[in-house]
Design a protein around this ligand. Structure first.
Ligand SMILES: Cc1ncc(COP(=O)(O)O)c(C=O)c1O
Length: 397
């Protein structure tokens, strides 16, 4: 019998594959033998100077209460309501923005606000590997629903088939990790129409949690529609960690769609602050909140990221890999040679190149490359990818 709560054990089990991978993938490997670590979406170059300047400046206290207890700071919420409103073309109110430690904190807050033990939340498959553990930590049930193959679009019929009287949330992650797909307005409207009908049948709203931390990381000028624009019962989570490539600075927000009925928004607003206190004071550190105006103006070089995408996508497809061309995010997703990612990632690792096996996404045939490695790392990784290319590739026959 464990001394741990069933909830803690179930949460741990849901993320076990990720932790095992994280703790072992570079074990016993000398750093000098690492040519390219393209696993997690972490920075591999020095942080943006403008970011360092903004944080440094905001660390300097100007008033005695600079480091006092802070919930969601007025100014940060106003800046975000205006910036998000301009970006999505929707009139957000400052009081509908809750400041959180990144998108992670906003997702956890949304789950705490909406889910009772045993309630179900639909998550995409493949999808980010932390939804399930965050749900299990709240005694809620993750219900993975596969995306449509081969283009990884939302499968509205499959989502509808997965809805039960316990379904409270459908997570929509756009741009999508790991495939880089951005959903069209038409597909989101189709989802919205289905959820409106289902909510009516169930007698309570099924919410969309729109997980948008990569919203500003888009390629080829592709446009973006938030589910908040087409479905009133939408909560948006966002993180500054992606656009700044600084995930260790924990700041983001949860925003309520301005078209959500007033009574529901008022209930959520009031409960958000108490839920964050009850959750262990889950507000971002004060200096990060003071810096939001600066953070809104800073971002990584998206054109450079796109060049890395093109370089890797071009080379790998030429060598016979079946890759999805991402419209956004940090990632490149594809089929491992022979449809077996564990052996493939080990083979690359032997050449000093590290990528993520699809086992972390419950898709063992596939693998993910992070484009957050430097351009030099990406160049250095290419010989290993060429050497491990699919045996049946046309160029290799
Ligand atoms: C799809 C998705 N959602 C949420 C998060 C959490 O973002 P953050 O750590 O910046 O809060 C991530 C991070 O990788 C992600 O990929």
């Amino acid at each position: 019998m464990s001394i741990l709560s069933a909830r803690a054990l179930s949460s741990a089990e849901a993320i076990d594959t990720v932790f095992s991978f994280f703790s072992s993938y570079r074990a016993g490997i000398d750093d000098r033998d690492v040519r390219a670590d393209l696993t997690f979406g972490n920075p591999h170059e020095m942080p943006l100077p403008a970011l360092v300047a903004a944080i440094t400046q905001r660390m300097q206290p100007l008033t005695p209460d600079w480091f006092a207890y802070k919930t969601s700071e007025e100014e940060a919420r106003s800046v975000i309501a205006e910036a998000l409103g301009a970006e999505l073309g929707l009139p957000f109110l400052p009081e509908d923005i809750a400041m959180t430690p990144g998108a992670f904190g906003a997702i956890a807050l949304a789950f705490s606000l909406l889910l009772d033990p045993g309630d179900e939340c639909i998550i995409p498959l493949p999808g980010w590997f932390c939804y399930a553990t965050t749900l299990r930590a709240r005694n809620a049930i993750p219900v993975p629903v596969p995306l449509a193959e081969p283009d990884f679009d939302l499968d509205v019929a499959a989502i509808e088939a997965a809805i039960t009287p316990r379904t409270r949330i459908v997570v929509v992650n756009t741009p999508h990790n790991p495939t880089g797909v951005i959903y069209s307005r038409e597909r989101l409207a189709e989802l919205a129409a289905m959820l409106t009908r289902k909510s009516r049948d169930l007698g309570r709203p099924v919410f969309i949690l729109s997980d948008e931390p990569y919203r500003r990381i888009r390629f080829d000028g592709v446009s973006f529609t938030s589910p908040a624009a087409v479905y009133p019962h939408t909560l948006i989570d966002y993180s500054y960690g992606k656009i700044l490539l600084a995930p260790g600075l924990r700041i983001g927000y949860l925003a309520l769609s301005p078209s959500m009925p007033d009574a529901d928004r008022e209930a959520l607003r009031a409960a958000a602050v108490t839920s964050q206190v009850g959750g262990g004071w889950t507000f971002p550190d004060a200096p990060l909140q003071y810096a939001v105006g600066d953070l809104e103006r800073i971002g990584i070089d998206i054109a450079g990221l796109q060049r890395k995408r093109d370089r890797l996508h071009g080379a790998l497809t030429q060598w016979g890999y079946r890759m999805t061309k991402p419209q956004g995010t940090f990632y490149l997703w594809g089929r491992a040679p022979g449809g077996e990612s564990t052996g493939f990632t080990r083979r690359l690792a032997a050449d000093g190149v590290f990528v993520m096996p699809g086992t972390l996404f419950d898709r063992p045939a596939d693998f993910r490359i992070s484009l957050t490695g430097s351009a030099e790392m990406i160049e250095a990784s290419l010989p290993a990818f060429e050497a491990a290319a699919p045996a049946d590739a046309p160029q290799r026959r």
